[in-house]
Design a protein around this ligand. Structure first.
Ligand code: TXD
Length: 308
């Protein structure tokens, strides 16, 4: 029997993630949304593409949590997305209610699942999902750093005129404007970009990465990015289901690591069948530490505002 992935929220990110999982053939997918007919329609469309994708994965669209029962992985993408001029934190209270409600359902229907939280403001929503579910922190994580790193890799690749796959980027911290892209660990086939690009240029790539989400929101006008976010989420799903043990930047629960306690933050982790199997610590410079602390404070402020 294939593994089962439920995706809660069949909007742009949810449906595109579903597509990637189904196309890969690594799991069956249940696509859930509160809107009637929409997840069923998208799922049927994808199911009809399976012969063309050479995929034996099954996909079902639904408005009923009973269909999500006994999922191995649950991806939460439900909620409001940003509109032009909105920050990720503007979504705080509305999305918190949505995420809480979903977690109450999931603990009943899929008590052994691993939760990947995508909904913004993501670090806070991951902390909320962990608290609400009472799952082990290994089994609750958020997607943000992979996307931020992919954006930095894309921008660096265009600048250097090399293939994006040859760039490895490293981003720490919350998935917000205070994220901490680390240029000394961002490399082209192992060569740090600090060796081959002027500081000024690197700073502009970092700035564009920090504002990468807003750049797309301002172009789309009616929603936020979803192709790269879905590709990032898929990487996490795959590493867990196939027990790949990839080292990926994810929002994970810190309990002393990086000098931070009781907070979800973006850090490199090893993702495998148990979920977050290890948090990888790297030594930061004084300046990087200060930036990381600032990012932690931004997330803590939102957590306090929510009262969790
Ligand atoms: O890096 C990241 N973490 C992110 C996060 C990258 C991109 C998008 N990011 C956030 O994900 C974004 O700010 C939103 O909070 C979520 C979902 O973004 P998406 O672009 O997929 O939004 P859509 O297209 O509006 O889809 C949201 C769906 C929509 O179909 C709603 O009907 C549904 O969520 N929805 C619900 N589904 C289930 N249950 C409930 N309660 C519910 N409420 C709304």
């Amino acid at each position: 029997m294939k593994k089962k992935v439920s995706i809660i929220g069949a909007g742009n990110v949810g449906a595109t993630t579903a597509q990637l999982v189904v196309q890969s053939g690594i799991a069956d997918v249940v696509l859930f949304d509160v809107v009637e007919g929409m997840p069923q329609g998208k799922a049927l469309d994808m199911a009809e593409a399976c012969p063309l994708w050479n995929s034996s994965s099954k996909i079902k669209g639904t408005n009923s949590y009973s269909d999500t029962a006994d999922s191995d992985v649950v991806v939460i993408t439900a909620g409001l997305a940003r509109k032009p001029g909105m920050s990720r934190s503007d979504l705080l209270h509305a999305n918190a209610e949505i995420v809480k409600g979903i977690c109450h359902q999931i603990i009943e229907t899929s008590p052994h699942s691993i939760l990947i939280v995508v909904t913004n403001p993501m670090d806070v929503m991951a902390q909320l999902a962990w608290k609400t579910s009472a799952f082990s922190s290994r089994r609750v994580m958020g997607m943000g750093g992979i996307l931020d790193a992919a954006r930095l890799s894309a921008f660096a690749a265009w600048e250097l005129n090399v293939s994006p796959e040859d760039i490895e980027s490293f981003v720490l911290g919350g998935h917000g404007d205070d994220m901490v892209p680390l240029s000394r660990f961002t490399t082209v086939k192992g060569i740090p970009i600090t060796e081959i690009l002027p500081r000024k240029k690197i700073n502009s790539l970092i700035e564009r990465t920090r504002k990468g989400g807003a750049e797309i929101v301002s172009l789309l006008k009616t929603g936020s990015a979803y192709y790269a976010p879905a590709a990032s989420t898929f990487q996490m799903v795959k590493s867990i289901l196939l027990d790949e043990k990839r080292m990926l930047p994810c929002a994970a629960y810190l309990n002393g690591e990086y000098g931070v306690k009781d907070l979800y933050m973006g850090v490199p982790v090893i993702l495998g069948k148990e979920g977050v199997e290890k948090i990888v610590e790297v030594k930061l410079t004084k300046e990087e530490k200060a930036q990381f602390r600032k990012s932690c404070e931004s997330v803590r402020r939102l957590i306090k505002n929510l009262g969790i």
